[in-house]
Design a binder for this molecule. Sequence first.
Ligand SMILES: *Cc1c(COP(=O)(O)O)cnc(C)c1O
Length: 286
Amino acid sequence: MNYTNSQIHEVTFNKQKYFIKRDDLLNPDFSGNKARKFYYYLINDFPNIKKVVSHGSSQSNAMYSLSVLCKLKNWQFDYYVDHTASFLKENPSGNYKYAIKNSMNIIESKLPDFFDKETLFINEGGALAQAAYGIEILANEIKLWINQNNIKNIKIFLPSGTGTTALFLQKFLPFEVLTCACVGNEEYLIKQFESLEKNYHPTIIKTDKKYYFGKLYKEFYEIHNELLNQTKIEFDFLYDSLGWICFENYVKQLKEENTTFLYIHQGGIIGNESMYDRYKHKYSLI
Ligand SMILES: *Cc1c(COP(=O)(O)O)cnc(C)c1O
């Protein structure tokens, strides 16, 4: 598979200059932060492995990326969910639709208690130590760009789910990494950081309002469309809408001059398909 350094694009959003690390463009099938997190499994050989088992939501970006990985590796893929909405079963779209096309077995049941030697278990959302491998490569690409462009003052931002990407990025970068909690609250995110690493925690930007993961908010839809109009870049609904609300607030309040702002685009665009449907339905938007 062709796997190269993703580009960094300069954009202007609401009169402010930002740089965007385009991990959404890494590869048409295997992109975003899930490609970074699963890179270790992509490039190493696992001669004894025949099957991957994972679990989580039936619309997850990680689920889709694992289905691509398993297809490339010729591994069976069993994915455990609590429940799949009947609407989604009848009208497959987004990650669910394409993961099933990649031969994922979706199983509505509890995870088995143990796995045989031919099975590789991948924790929900790809929260695993092995993710450090691909994220260090991402960090090195960013360091190289900072050096080449002689940047002195930089703030790097990416929204968090499990926090794995932000955590390892901070571990491998000598600059401040900022994030916000999209899944669960700040305490949940700190616990996640601690379960992976005692030190090098990213800075968490707090939100004024409490948002629930996967819920629809008008301001999420609005900022998504504003970003699309002004930057011509499509961002993910679940993480990036809240991410941009937080980051923009932070940037507006920052007193330091001459700071470069870098936003990491972590992919997830396939998941937007089902989100668009839900937003249109809820707000009768076109
Ligand atoms: C999975 C995902 C995240 C969250 O990544 P974590 O490493 O779990 O924090 C953020 N953005 C997008 C688009 C994702 O798919």
